[in-house]
Write a protein that binds this ligand. Structure first.
Ligand code: GLC
Ligand code: MG
Length: 258
């Protein structure tokens, strides 16, 4: 498998590229050393809102990506053009009604706490719900379905609950971007560590990298697909680098040997 087979690498940030500062810096160095024409396009896909991701890039720890998918797949941003791809935003509007969603969340009998305003956008309604049971999530899903608003419920790390429009989530946003760029799914590598990443891994044909610190919910969802899974001690960007080497995207040299 040569790097030419991959045209786009979509990676989560927290717990995947970020979390081990030395390894993230090593990723940045190695990625930027690869000539532009030889490496795949780089797309960050984060639960953080777009502006927050841009801040992380501005602080110098991460290389400039080509695209940013922000807010759990609720915004797609073209870095070279310096603009939001608003055609995607139009897709999200279909059948979405944030007010109705909010009402359901406020009224349902569940120990929910709304995430601060900083984490909300027009298409991302985010809450805390600790150690949710399947019964609780099913009950919420049913209450949302009853309103007729088509939603995606994304539960991550036994704490984060996102209610998104049906066209959103990290997988749907990535699928939309790939269609826009005319890149086939089998030319795509994804990386992530938790529940909100599972929709990227479920895209048929993609291959994936999962670091050793990943949440069991993602491992369960990605089971059976072509994966590089880091051993328990290989965390965050350490595993991303090992996975990129495994799939032949980067010839990673161990800098301790250099
Ligand atoms: C990030 C976001 C948070 C979201 C979580 C899971 O932590 O900041 O709002 O709920 O990802 O998607
Ligand atoms: Mg993560």
């Amino acid at each position: 498998m040569g790097s030419a087979d991959f045209r786009l690498f979509a990676t989560d940030l927290d717990g995947t590229l970020l979390g081990d500062a030395a390894a993230a810096a090593r990723f940045k160095r190695i990625w930027e050393a690869e000539p532009k024409g030889k490496r795949p396009l780089l797309c960050y896909s984060s639960g953080r809102l777009l502006e927050d991701v841009q801040e992380q890039i501005a602080n110098g720890l991460l290389p400039q990506p080509d695209y940013i998918i922000g807010g759990v797949g609720t915004a797609v941003y073209d870095v070279a053009q310096g603009q939001l791809l608003t055609q995607f935003t139009e897709v999200l509007e279909e059948g979405w009604d944030r007010e109705t969603v909010e009402k359901v969340l406020h009224e349902i009998d569940l120990p929910l706490e709304k995430q601060p305003e900083y984490f909300q956008n027009a298409f991302k309604c985010s809450w805390f719900l600790n150690d949710a049971t399947l019964e609780q999530l099913d009950r919420l899903q049913a209450a949302l379905a009853e309103t007729g608003v088509a939603t995606h419920l994304v539960y991550s790390s036994r704490r984060h609950l996102d209610i998104l429009p049906q066209g959103a989530n990290k997988g749907n946003a990535l699928r939309w971007l790939l269609h826009y760029l005319q890149i086939p799914l089998n030319a795509v590598l994804v990386a992530g560590d938790s529940g909100n990443d599972s929709a990227m891994f479920r895209l048929k044909g993609v291959r994936g990298i999962i670091p050793g610190n990943a949440q069991p919910e993602l491992l369960a969802e990605a089971d059976g697909m072509p994966l590089y899974v880091g051993p328990p001690g290989e965390v965050c960007a350490q595993a991303v680098l090992a996975g990129l080497a495994h799939f032949g995207v980067l010839a990673v040299v161990d800098e301790r040997d250099a």
